[in-house]
Ligand binder design. Structure first.
Ligand SMILES: *Cc1c(COP(=O)(O)O)cnc(C)c1O
Length: 432
């Protein structure tokens, strides 16, 4: 197997890929479009390292966009998946393990009474919004510029022009009539939320409680609590999209870390540790509206897939039994952040590092990034240079200025020291 795969250079595989896959990839960011250069074609990964078909190797901070919090090919996860596969890959009937994982998730995440398994974050968020619309009898939702909630039509929406907060499609194929139901507010700006609520009756506010899809942007003091209050005043549903933050910033996600409880929560990424598992959940009265216990239809052939659930169980058991994992993630990520601030301070570079636990982003701007406009104002060309220097020296950052890097448990002391050395040098070279 290994030998066959290592025969082709990444460029050969990409040439074949472009003939049969749009843009040669199955998710746009994988094409390295915003940083330039040739994207790697992965042969395998283990722990903190990922290896390309041509033998090049990197310390990885994409980490499957945060999913593999224990590291690549974690032995517990691999064993669990192998054992599950031997018992059958999918049945289209209830299994005990999906109940067990649901029980564990409900125990770990403070606001949850019930969950429904789905296969992707996109499905989780679109389903949560359907429940919120059904529960409130309202059609409009509020989302924040720069927050990503998957690719369902209602979320591929940008702020319209002028003072109006009604959204417009930001992809062809999204009906304008649907985008009009999505009101766009600014992250960390409660006034913009209040303005949206004055425009229309709102079914739900959906938010990444720590934004990760415009780079890492923490919620400011009072922002999440303010959303809770506004939703309560208007009888609207507050949805925390914890697809990225769930089980990453704490065992109970951002809602545990910041002590603000949403009505509904969406989860993905870590919940399947790299296998396709995701979920949405919330209070019993809301989740009881979901079919077949209630009238809101939502279904999935592969929902609660036994391989994905086995991976999730192996992962969440570790995370709930060993809280010291979060101390380790904090320490290794802080070490990288401190090294970067040292060189930023010494050389007076126009660079800002933002971090919540093991989520972090290097922004090429002097001022803190509080919302999407700030992230857009950063120097994207400088980020491209920084990324490329790091890439050439063996550190793989997410290939976009609007993404978050993820430290995993397998980024040990040596790996982190190597990272600090490479990234500080890359920052120096970016600006000299
Ligand atoms: C990744 C992500 C999604 C989409 O999940 P998919 O599994 O890619 O569909 C939704 N919301 C957030 C916050 C995410 O980070």
């Amino acid at each position: 197997m290994t030998d066959i795969f290592s025969l082709g250079a990444s460029s050969d595989v990409f040439e074949r890929a472009r003939r049969v896959l749009p843009g040669g990839v199955n998710s746009p960011v994988r094409a390295f479009g915003s940083v330039g250069g040739e994207a790697p074609v992965v042969q395998s990964a283990a722990g903190a390292r990922v290896r390309a078909v041509d033998g090049r190797e990197w310390i990885d901070y994409i980490s499957s966009w945060g999913a593999v919090v224990l590291g690549h090919a974690d032995p517990d996860v691999v064993d669990a998946v192998e054992e599950a596969a031997e018992r059958g890959t999918s049945f289209g009937l209830l299994t005990e393990t999906e109940v067990e994982l649901a029980e564990l998730v409900v125990e770990m995440v403070p606001s949850l009474d019930m969950v429904r398994w789905v296969s992707s974050g996109t499905e989780a968020t679109m389903s949560a919004v359907r429940v919120a619309r059904a529960a409130t009898g309202r059609d409009h939702i509020v989302k924040f510029a720069g927050c990503y909630h998957g690719h369902a039509d209602s979320f591929l929406v940008a702020a319209g022009s002028g003072a109006a907060t009604h959204g417009t499609p930001n992809s062809p194929g999204v009906p304008a009539a649907l985008a009009d139901l999505t009101l766009i507010a600014r992250f960390n700006d409660l006034n913009s939320v209040a303005q949206a609520f004055e425009t229309e009756p709102v079914a739900a506010v959906i938010v990444e409680p720590v934004a990760g899809n415009m780079g890492c942007v923490p919620p400011e003091e009072g922002f999440l609590g303010g959303l809770r209050q506004i939703c309560d005043e208007h009888g609207s549903i507050l949805v925390f999209d914890e697809v990225m933050t769930g089980f990453r910033v704490s065992p109970g996600g951002a809602q545990e870390l910041y002590g603000v409880l949403p009505d509904m929560t969406t989860m993905g990424k870590i919940i399947g540790h790299g296998l396709p598992a995701a979920a949405y959940g919330g209070r019993e009265d809301l989740m009881s509206m979901v079919s077949p216990s209630g009238p809101v239809y939502q279904a999935g052939t592969l929902a609660g897939n036994p391989l994905a659930v086995a991976a999730g169980l192996a992962t969440l058991r570790r995370l709930s039994d060993e809280p010291e994992i979060y101390d380790a993630l904090e320490a290794s990520s802080a070490r990288i952040e401190d090294a970067l601030w040292d060189v930023i301070g010494t050389l007076e570079l126009p660079v800002t590092v933002q971090r919540v636990g093991s989520m972090w982003t290097v922004f090429m701007t002097e001022t803190p990034v509080r919302e999407y406009g700030d992230a857009e104002a950063a120097d994207l060309a400088a980020f491209g240079r920084f990324f490329t220097y790091a890439f050439e020296e063996g550190v793989l950052l997410p290939p976009s200025a609007f993404e978050t890097a993820f430290t995993t448990l397998s980024h040990d002391e040596d790996t982190v020291e190597e990272t600090a050395r490479v990234l500080t040098t890359a920052l120096e070279r970016t600006w000299t």
